[in-house]
Design a protein around this ligand. Structure first.
Ligand SMILES: *[C@@H]1O[C@H](CO)[C@@H](O)[C@H](O)[C@H]1NC(C)=O
Ligand SMILES: *[C@@H]1O[C@H](CO)[C@@H](O)[C@H](O)[C@H]1NC(C)=O
Ligand SMILES: [Ca+2]
Length: 221
């Protein structure tokens, strides 16, 4: 590369370091039609992961809220939920692991879950703070070949949505890695550092196919 091109790239990367415009998804009301479908950078064929998102919602009380759904033809392979009783959970085909943490609210929260098949170690993070570790699905492998949705819980491959489980509010900066990030890295991701980029989902490049009432806005971190 010639020198002017290098200087140009440096100038661009400096400008991007200062202001990062990113997309944010707004789910305005309770429906069984609003959702966003996306595709991973590589198959969700995983024995470990870190999944993070920024989320704000006024849903509360006796209501399940789907936060992330990855479903193959046969299974709910990875779902993240707010439960009826206000706890937060994730499920890898079958029973889930639940965390008794403060409820989400109208102010944006950085939420992550992590899991490692070798030990079964599972944890949840809110705004960079780690929960206790729970042991869950030691030895399990998440299967490839499913669909990834934000906003609805599919009870079939891509359908049978229940409005009472839908997400209402705002989700953005959704990223996923096929490894467990360290506590200090998750704190950095929470505070807005843009590395490491997710190697399964990278919010800055992932395609978002919106359906129903979902609105996409540009925002700056
Ligand atoms: C899933 O991962 C296993 C082990 O790494 C590999 O052998 C297999 O080919 C992968 N399957 C897909 C569909 O990527
Ligand atoms: C939405 O709900 C209606 C009424 O219950 C139902 O007929 C329809 O199949 C649902 N749509 C989806 C995509 O689940
Ligand atoms: Ca359902």
């Amino acid at each position: 590369m010639r020198l002017p091109a290098v200087l140009f790239l440096i100038a661009i990367s400096r400008a991007m370091a200062r202001r990062i415009p990113i997309q944010t998804l707004v789910f305005p009301s309770e429906t069984n039609t609003s959702y966003v479908e996306t595709v991973p950078l590589k198959p969700l064929n995983m024995t470990a992961f870190t999944l993070c998102m920024r989320v704000a919602t006024e849903l509360s009380g006796d209501r399940e809220v789907i936060l992330f759904a990855y479903r193959t033809r046969d299974y709910d392979a990875l779902n993240v939920w707010r439960e009826l009783d206000g706890r937060y959970s994730f499920y890898l085909s079958g029973d889930g692991v639940l965390f008794d943490v403060p409820d989400l609210g109208a102010l944006q929260t950085h939420l992550c879950v992590t899991w490692d098949s070798r030990s079964g170690a599972s944890a949840l993070f809110m705004d960079g703070r780690k929960s206790l570790t729970k042991i869950y699905k030691k030895g399990h492998t998440i299967p490839p070949g499913g669909k990834v949705l934000l906003g609805q819980d599919p009870d079939s491959y891509l359908g049978e949505f229940d409005a009472k489980q839908s997400f209402v509010g705002e989700i953005f900066d959704f990223n996923m890695w096929d490894s467990v990030l360290s506590v200090s890295t998750i704190k950095n991701v929470f505070s807005g550092k843009r590395v490491p980029r997710g190697n399964i989902f990278d919010w800055e490049t992932m395609p978002l196919r919106t359906n129903g009432e979902v609105k996409v806005f540009n925002t700056e971190l």
